[in-house]
Design a protein around this ligand. Structure first.
Ligand SMILES: [Ca+2]
Ligand SMILES: [Ca+2]
Length: 133
């Protein structure tokens, strides 16, 4: 029996988990099937996450809500797609609040815009594949 087999099996299992739970697959994001992922399409997918973080449904995420969300995900061993790769800049205002557009700006600028090689404001599948997994 190859000593490499267990590592391969673990890798395959991780891949299956990621494929099942990751909302940031190209096919899931490209909701109009145009062959490119736009900022609007990313916003559609991250809106429910913003609403989950905004636990009091005020329409704004506070630093406290963000910390609680991050802690809950860490405790459950769940690593949201937005916490992979380059960490988004969290655009909290001076009162410690962040609206949805600030949230979307942070995520887009950290994880999508840097891979837009042709600068057209959208990621095609080749550009998207350059995102860290
Ligand atoms: Ca699209
Ligand atoms: Ca592009």
């Amino acid at each position: 029996m190859s000593k490499f087999l267990p590592a391969v099996a673990v890798f395959a299992a991780l891949f299956l988990v990621a494929a099942k739970d990751d909302p940031f697959t190209f096919a899931a994001l490209d909701s109009d099937a145009s062959g490119e992922v736009s900022r609007a399409e990313v916003e559609r997918v991250i809106r429910p996450m913003f609403e989950e973080i905004d636990s009091d449904r005020s329409g704004l995420v506070t630093k406290g809500e963000f910390r609680s969300f991050a802690m809950k995900k860490m405790m459950s061993g769940d690593r949201p797609a937005m916490m992979r790769g380059k960490r988004p800049k969290m655009n909290f205002d001076r009162n410690g609040n962040m609206g949805f557009q600030g949230f979307a700006d942070g995520l887009w600028n950290a994880q999508f815009a840097p891979h837009d090689a042709d600068g057209n404001g959208r990621l095609d599948s080749a550009e998207f594949a350059k995102r860290p997994k």
